[in-house]
Each structure stands twice: as structure tokens, then as C-alpha cells.
Design a protein around this ligand. Structure first.
Ligand code: SF4
Ligand code: SF4
Length: 248
């Protein structure tokens, strides 16, 4: 066993199934809603001011995003659909085990590994108890996940890319038009379950089907707001009860 191995085995404590939003692929979101549970829509935007456009970070974010109209300019928008588990996941059983284990979302299969290639795995960022890290099972070596896990991570990243346009089209269909700005805040919508499911079920097109849909940006930093307004972006100025604005 190499010294740079990270060893891990889930102890089934259920802590990671509580107090969070669980990112889902579009197909998983559809299943989640069909089971009668709620899905949040988190929207954030960025442009080449966030990273140099020649950087790998920019390429990664762009692959998960869609270019949309905002005022007199364009921005890239990422929509994340996430299962609502703010108190606890509705699929969590009373014995803290997963009630849909065989059908659980990719992100639940991947945890505690990171999906974002630019976020290194850090034990102190994870909620797993110490004994989970005392296993003999190899989670990753030199930051690289074991092959089975690597395949799931790739599957998740691929879904992020292939779902991006449909998810932004669904936002347009539901009129969710205010986005937060990456690394500044998160705009979190809680659409009505039936309306979101109908929008997903009927989503045949992509974001290009909504060329006139106007996006607005909301930020919680006056100097950033000024800079974005100077770049000719449409800024959302009023508080809204349509979404929760969570400053980072
Ligand atoms: S789907 Fe299962 S594994 Fe995922 S958060 Fe819910 S209870 Fe936990
Ligand atoms: S917190 Fe970690 S150890 Fe506990 S159930 Fe989740 S993955 Fe397993």
C-alpha cells in the first residue's frame, strides 16, 4: 500500500444525507420528483473575468454552462438541479441507511470524492466520521480515484455537460431569470414540484429555443455589481421572494 493512498469505507452513519442540497443529473431530478420529493434549482453565472479564458478552469466551467443574453452582453449560466434534503434526505431510512440504495444518485455514490477536478479531496471538508477513514479500502491514490469511482465521476461530469442546455431551457420555461455570480452568491429557486416535473417531461429543446429570454445578474458586492453593470449586464436590483439569495 502506498503512503499517498487515501483509505475510506462508508460506515453508514447517514450524516452526508442531512442538511444539504443533493446535485442531480436531469434524469435523476426527474426520478426524484416522480418519487414525490422536491428539487431546487441553483443558478450561477460567470464570464472570462472569473478565470483567464485560456485556463483549464474556464474550459471546465464553460463545458457545464450555456451562453445566454444578459442586457447588452452575454454571460455563461450554469443551472444545478438538486434534491432537497435540507433537514434530511427524504430517502433516508430511520436506521440511517439509504432507502433507494440501488437507485441512489451518482453524487451519493461518489461521496466523499470530489467531482470538480479543481477541488482536492480534504478529509476535514467532509462530514464522514474518523472511523470511516480508518478502512483498508483504497479511495484514491495521488488524488486519483480508484477505477470504479473514476468511472462514476466521469459519468457525472459528462451528464453535467450533456444536461446543461436543457436545464437552462427549463429555467427559461419556468421564468427563473435571475442568476447569482460565481464565487459571490447562490440564487436558489424552489419551483413547484409538478411544474418542474412538467417542464422536465416536456423539455425537448435546448436553451437556443429561448433566444429572447433575458437573464439578470444579482450580486452581493457593490464593486462587483458596478463592474458587471459597466460591462453592460442587466443587474437585478430588488429583493425577490422568488428565490433565496445566499451570499458566499
Ligand atoms: S439518496 Fe440515499 S444516499 Fe443519497 S442522500 Fe438520500 S438517503 Fe443519502
Ligand atoms: S457521512 Fe460518510 S461515512 Fe457517513 S454515510 Fe455519508 S459517506 Fe458514509
Amino acid at each position: 500500500m502506498q503512503s499517498n493512498d487515501v483509505r475510506f469505507s462508508c460506515v453508514g452513519c447517514g450524516i452526508c444525507c442531512k442538511g444539504r442540497l443533493i446535485p442531480l443529473t436531469l434524469a435523476e431530478a426527474q426520478q426524484w420528483l416522480t418519487r414525490g420529493h422536491d428539487v431546487a434549482v441553483i443558478v450561477e453565472a460567470f464570464d472570462e473575468s472569473n478565470w483567464p479564458c485560456s485556463s483549464e478552469e474556464f474550459a471546465h466551467a464553460r463545458g457545464r454552462s450555456v451562453s445566454v443574453r444578459c442586457g447588452g452582453s452575454r454571460i455563461n449560466v450554469i443551472a444545478v438541479f438538486a434534491g432537497k434534503a435540507l433537514k434530511q434526505c427524504p430517502n433516508l431510512r430511520t436506521d440511517n441507511l439509504c432507502g433507494i440504495y440501488e437507485e441512489r444518485p451518482l453524487v451519493c455514490r461518489i461521496y466523499p470524492m470530489e467531482i470538480n477536478p479543481f477541488i482536492p479531496l480534504r478529509q476535514d471538508n467532509k462530514v464522514c466520521p474518523p472511523q470511516a477513514w480508518e478502512s483498508n479500502d483504497i479511495l484514491c491514490t495521488d488524488g486519483r480515484a480508484n477505477p470504479a469511482l473514476e468511472a462514476l465521476i466521469n459519468q457525472s461530469r459528462q451528464a453535467d455537460k450533456s444536461d446543461a442546455s436543457s436545464k437552462v431551457a427549463i429555467c427559461a420555461q419556468l421564468g427563473l431569470n435571475v442568476t447569482s455570480w460565481k464565487d459571490n452568491a447562490l440564487a436558489v429557486y424552489f419551483p413547484h414540484r409538478t411544474k418542474l416535473l412538467e417542464a422536465i417531461d416536456s423539455a425537448k429543446g435546448d436553451s437556443e429555443d429561448y433566444p429572447d429570454f433575458e437573464w439578470q445578474v444579482r450580486v452581493d458586492d457593490p464593486s462587483l455589481g458596478e463592474r458587471l453593470a459597466m460591462a453592460n449586464l442587466a443587474m437585478a436590483v430588488n429583493d425577490s421572494t422568488d428565490y433565496i439569495f445566499h451570499t458566499l
